[in-house]
Design a protein around this ligand. Structure first.
Ligand code: NAP
Ligand code: GLV
Length: 315
């Protein structure tokens, strides 16, 4: 039976191997580097920041599965073979990201950081609270994760808009797209949520020029950024500059150019920045394994893989 290889760096591979083996005890599950075995037997590779050049050393590879929804860690390999690259798209991951986005939109909307400071100082003081329907939230990226988050925010009553590369229609969401739609999308947005993939077109997009376009005179009394996508989308020095000059009133950052975020980064101590360790939506090994095995069964019964990356688009 064709083998499944797991090649993972930066996270413990064991739970992923165990989840695959538990759900498919009949399958030959290999673990890079110690349990690679005969590389010609490997048909499927599950990868997260796999070592450069490994893909090309697997002559019978049929598909590469990303442990996450993002695939830039796979596409950067110059020796990437011409096989489908499959993203991790499944309900568990979508729910996790929706939770994160709702939590951090509400954190800023309900001034929770301010109340945290007040609590430490034993200050009992209520601030004026706008109603959600007066607040404009904008979600950049209306894919699997962005669309679900946008819908959840709209259900809470926020005025939600979304931005994508191609035109979209989503009930209750004002949709903008492409370069011409970006300006209008930013100008109406007070709380900006970024759920874009990193591609040559989006790298460094969240810079000072863009952040200055956000709406500062709305019900929120300032503009906020939530980046739960990738660090490469943001210019960290520009986010600091935007916070210091007032273009941003606060930011939640889950992802960074360098991870873990170096201890010397001024973002750690900035009073208006909330930091999480790239855990907005971490794939669950069991949910991932179930999805991969379902994809393999589809493929082996003659059906195409789902959620295959379009390499020309880069996502
Ligand atoms: P997806 O389904 O591929 O959706 C991507 C969305 O971005 C689409 O709506 C796409 O537009 C839009 N887009 C791409 N390039 C664009 C551009 N140049 N201008 C405007 N819009 C553009 O991706 P997803 O599954 O939602 O995941 C999004 C990203 O989240 C992943 O790539 C990953 O980096 C990140 N992520 C982070 C975490 C975390 O824990 N922090 C967890 C999971 C994922 P179209 O609809 O027109 O194609
Ligand atoms: C996590 O960062 C993912 O891409 O799923």
């Amino acid at each position: 039976m064709p083998a499944i290889l797991l090649a993972v760096t930066g996270t413990d591979p064991q739970p992923w191997a165990e989840a695959l083996q538990a759900l498919a005890p009949q399958r030959d599950i290999r673990l890079w580097p110690d349990r690679l075995g005969e590389s010609a037997d490997v048909a499927y590779l599950c990868a997260w920041h796999a070592p450069r050049g490994l893909f090309a050393r697997l002559p019978r590879l049929q598909a590469i599965f990303s442990l996450g929804a993002g695939v830039e860690h796979i596409l950067v390999d110059p020796e990437l073979p011409d096989v489908p690259v499959v993203r991790n798209v499944e309900p568990d991951l979508i729910v996790r990201m929706t939770e994160y986005v709702v939590l951090h939109v509400l954190l800023h909307h309900r001034r929770q950081r301010l109340y945290g400071i007040q609590q430490r100082e034993r200050v009992w003081h209520e601030h004026a609270q706008p109603v959600a329907s007066a607040v404009a939230v904008g979600v950049m990226g209306l894919g699997e994760l962005g669309a679900a988050a946008a819908v959840a925010l709209a259900r809470l009553g926020f005025r939600v808009a979304g931005f994508s590369r191609t035109p979209k229609t989503l009930a209750g969401i004002e949709c903008f797209h492409g370069e011409p739609g970006l300006e209008a999308f930013l100008r109406r947005t007070e709380i900006l949520v970024c759920l874009l993939p990193v591609t040559p077109a989006t790298q460094g997009l969240l810079d000072l020029k863009l952040l200055r376009k956000l709406k500062r005179d709305g019900a929120s009394g300032g503009a906020y950024l939530i980046n739960a996508a990738r660090g490469a989308l943001q210019v960290e020095a520009d986010i600091l500059a935007a916070l210091d000059e007032g273009s941003l009133a606060g930011a939640t950052l889950d992802v960074f150019a360098r991870e873990p975020l170096p201890p010397a980064s001024p973002l750690w101590r900035h009073p208006k920045v909330t930091i999480t360790p790239h855990n907005a939506a971490t794939s669950d090994p069991r949910a991932f394994a179930a999805n991969v095995l379902r994809q393999i069964e589809r493929f082996e019964s003659g059906l195409p893989f789902e959620h295959v990356v379009d390499r020309a688009r880069g996502y």
